[in-house]
Design a protein around this ligand. Structure first.
Ligand SMILES: Nc1ncnc2c1ncn2[C@@H]1O[C@H](COP(=O)(O)OP(=O)(O)O)[C@@H](O)[C@H]1O
Ligand SMILES: Cc1ncc(COP(=O)(O)O)c(N)n1
Ligand SMILES: [Mg+2]
Length: 716
């Protein structure tokens, strides 16, 4: 089986400090580390054996455990019941050939290499002796005092180009090296200090994983049935994965004879052949995310569960397909018992209302029942549950993400789109989410963006004219119009285009002394309070602009959304005063003129001129940066990109920073992005150009708004 080498923690007892190696490993594995390499040059073999037994228990199969150099200790630990998956050997350590002989064909064997001579030696080995090369040091590091000259990223890139084996970068790697190293061809990163010495190894590992995913193309496997009409099953999965930026693969569990009017037959091939398909993939391809659809019968379910336990993919999304939109059964009722074992291995379940009722044994007669049942299913399985409201009566089609363990409860509203082409909506949505999670999105953002794509695909499904029943959605709506590929850009592409268009502005915001001081806790109170006071003045007028957006919105859902946002702005402004600008707490407005400063005035004048001079579409484009930049900055602050201290409860501005991470605001931002980019996709060229200009102007004013208080710093 090929190992996922993306993130390897190399232990260093000195750097783990009082927390100790085992606790550091536990937290880092919780955060997503895929391989743990126990490395301790000073411990005795007996001590290494004891640590391997301990780490094997701590890791509990969630990551691979290898030991640096100590082959004999690995063998002894195995004999005593530890799960030791392999060794990493240096050039001078035991021979890799002996390691392969003693550990077996399935062991993971790594070899340190950093020169042409080392590569020649590797080429001379029998194929399959070594699985990967540890290549470094990338930067000078204290954790390997005798290291050779640093390769740097360019040196690493050249080495990878000449290497016959996957290369894992090691030596002085920080989180900001992640994208460049993956672009340089790294199969993964081996990290020592950045994780062992981290305040919060779990968060740091999660931040590394997020960056790693962001810089690659997700490799997404669908394990599902075939629907020859192309609207559902693996056919829909592969289209959805591609449309959401992933590279799709598919292992077939069953074949259906099916069209848009129903299922006329199901054939389940011998389950050994499913196992053969899955093993073939696991032996060759690192899989970032798995989406599971139709499973047909109990044997298929247990085969998939066994494979998941062996491969341990980092993301598993289960769409518990039981009954097709046509009403035909796609899962043998006898398999429902076996299904529970699968559900506990999932990170996300995406049942529709009927499936939720079967999985919980409860009546689900409306949305409130559905939310309760989803909460129960999440508690019972440990998985997050996205309960889908597509089959509800009425003019709304809501969904809700509920994760009992993480305390997440996020509803997504939306008008029902009038169309018969709803075949495969569940398959398509779950595949899109699996892809976006593998690209580093958090659950709420992945669901919001996938819903936005799905809704656009539903809206554009009419042009396909497939069959006389429930037709498929138009997975590539953004690329297709009648008769072939056109230049019409999709909402998702417009979002990417606009986000890139303000890349320089975003980089300027990140570099602002105000932001750096805020994150690092060094910002003095004067500029901070000035910023808050200006923010309070801004929010009062911003709420009026949002109310104008609500008044001019074309649909009831948008009308409600902008009205809710206006309310949120006012509540935010009132809370600002109560929490920070309360004269009774010694903060007097006398410190600053209680008037809008020049930047605040310019920003509000810009918004008001668009609100009362442009149309609805231009107005919401001008509003969007206040959502999008704020949420993006907050997510990155919380992910530790400005240093772990930004998450420290002792931080002087901790309560203010916490407002940046509100999941409800993150979902509102995703919704706002959806509305604005949908409007831009539907607009004519001239309107879209005006929208983009308004968006870019507001983005620049957001930057200036953060910079304005800086002049007060010296007075602080
Ligand atoms: N007519 C519709 N308009 C808007 N969204 C819809 C419509 N039908 C289904 N959806 C959405 O499609 C997704 C799949 O929902 P659903 O059809 O309930 O699942 P399934 O396809 O598994 O039966 C959900 O996000 C749901 O909100
Ligand atoms: C092979 C296969 N897998 C899944 C579905 C469910 O899709 P939907 O519920 O949208 O009909 C299907 N109809 N066929
Ligand atoms: Mg479904």
């Amino acid at each position: 089986m090929i190992a996922d080498l993306s993130l390897c923690l190399v232990t260093d007892p000195a750097l783990c400090g009082d927390r100790g190696v085992a606790e550091t490993v536990r937290q880092a594995v919780d955060g997503g580390v895929r391989i743990v390499q126990l490395r301790d040059k000073h411990a005795s073999d007996e001590e290494i054996v004891a640590q391997l037994l301990d780490l094997s228990r701590v890791i509990d199969g969630r990551a691979l455990l290898v030991v640096n150099d100590r082959l004999d200790a690995a063998l002894i630990a195995r004999e005593r019941g530890a799960r030791v998956d392999g060794v990493h050997l240096g050039q001078g350590d035991a021979s890799v050939r002996r390691a392969r002989e003693l550990l077996g064909a399935d062991a993971l064997i790594g070899l340190t290499a950093n020169s042409g001579a080392h590569l020649d030696a590797v080429r001379a080995l029998p194929p399959g002796t070594v699985d990967y090369l540890g290549v470094g040091v990338i930067r000078p590091t204290s954790t390997k005092p005798d290291h050779p000259p640093a390769l740097g990223i360019d040196g690493f890139r050249s080495f990878v180009a000449a290497s016959p084996l996957p290369c894992v970068a090691i030596g002085g790697i920080g989180i900001d090296d992640t994208g460049a190293l993956r672009d340089a061809g790294a199969a993964g990163l081996a990290v020592v200090s950045a994780l062992c010495a981290a305040e919060d190894p779990r968060a740091e590992a999660a931040a590394f994983i997020r960056r790693w995913r962001r810089s690659g193309i997700p490799r997404v496997l669908s394990i599902a049935g075939s629907d020859p009409s192309g609207g559902a099953g693996i056919q829909a999965d592969l289209k959805s994965i591609a449309a959401n930026g992933g590279c799709g693969m598919a292992a077939l569990t069953a074949l259906t004879a099916q069209n848009t009017q129903g299922v006329s037959g199901v054939h389940v091939p011998p389950v050994d052949f499913l196992r053969a398909q899955l093993d073939a993939l696991a032996d060759d391809i690192v899989i970032d995310s798995v989406k599971i659809g139709m499973l047909a019968d109990a044997e298929v379910v247990t085969t998939v569960v066994a494979w998941l336990d062996r491969v341990r993919p980092p993301i598993v999304v289960v769409d518990p397909v039981m009954i097709a939109t046509s009403g035909d059964r796609l899962l043998d009722p006898a398999a429902e018992a076996a299904l529970h074992a699968l559900l506990t291995r999932a990170h996300l379940l995406t049942p529709n209302l009927a499936e939720l009722a079967v999985l919980t044994g409860r009546d689900v007669d409306g949305w409130d029942d559905a939310l309760l049942a989803a909460e129960e299913l999440s508690s019972r399985t440990g998985a997050a549950v996205l309960v889908k409201g597509g089959h509800l009566p009425g003019d709304q089609a809501p969904d809700a993400l509920i994760d009992a363990a993480a305390g997440v409860r996020q509803e997504f509203t939306g008008d029902r789109i009038v169309t018969e082409n709803t075949h495969g909506t569940g398959c398509s949505l779950s595949s899109a989410i699996a892809t976006r999670l593998a690209h580093g999105d958090d659950a709420i953002s992945a669901v919001a963006a996938s819903r936005s794509w799905l809704r656009e695909s539903l809206r554009a499904s009419g042009m396909l004219r497939i069959g006389r029943g429930h037709g498929p959605i138009n997975h590539f709506a953004g690329l297709w119009e009648r008769g072939g590929v056109t230049t019409r850009t999709s909402a998702a592409e417009i979002a990417a285009e606009w986000w890139d268009a303000i890349a320089a502005t975003r980089a300027e915001i990140d570099a602002l002394p105000f932001i750096r001081g805020l994150a690092g806790g060094t910002l003095s109170r004067a500029p901070f309070l000035f910023y808050l006071q200006q923010d309070a003045l801004y929010l009062r007028e911003y709420a009026r602009v949002l109310a104008e957006a609500s008044r001019s919105a074309p649909t009831s859902a948008e009308q409600a959304f902008w009205a809710d946002s206006a309310n949120g702005a006012i509540v935010g402004e009132l809370e600002l005063h109560a929490a920070w600008l309360d004269p009774t707490r010694g903060v007097t407005d006398a410190t600053f003129a209680a008037q809008p400063g020049p930047v605040t005035t310019a920003y509000l004048d810009h918004l008001r001129s668009v609100a009362f001079g442009g149309g609805y579409a231009e107005l919401i484009a001008a509003i969007l940066p206040c959502f999008w930049l704020y949420t993006d900055l907050g997510e990155r602050l919380q992910a530790g990109e400005f240093g772990a201290y930004a998450r420290d409860p002792e931080h002087p501005y901790a309560t203010w920073l916490a407002t940046y991470a509100d999941p409800a605001f993150s979902a509102a931002t995703a919704q706002a992005v959806d509305y604005v980019t949908q409007a831009a996709a539907a607009a004519d060229e001239a309107t879209r150009a005006r929208m983009r200009r308004a968006f870019e102007a507001s983005s620049a004013l957001e930057r200036d708004f953060f910079h304005a208080p800086w002049g007060l710093h010296d007075a602080g």
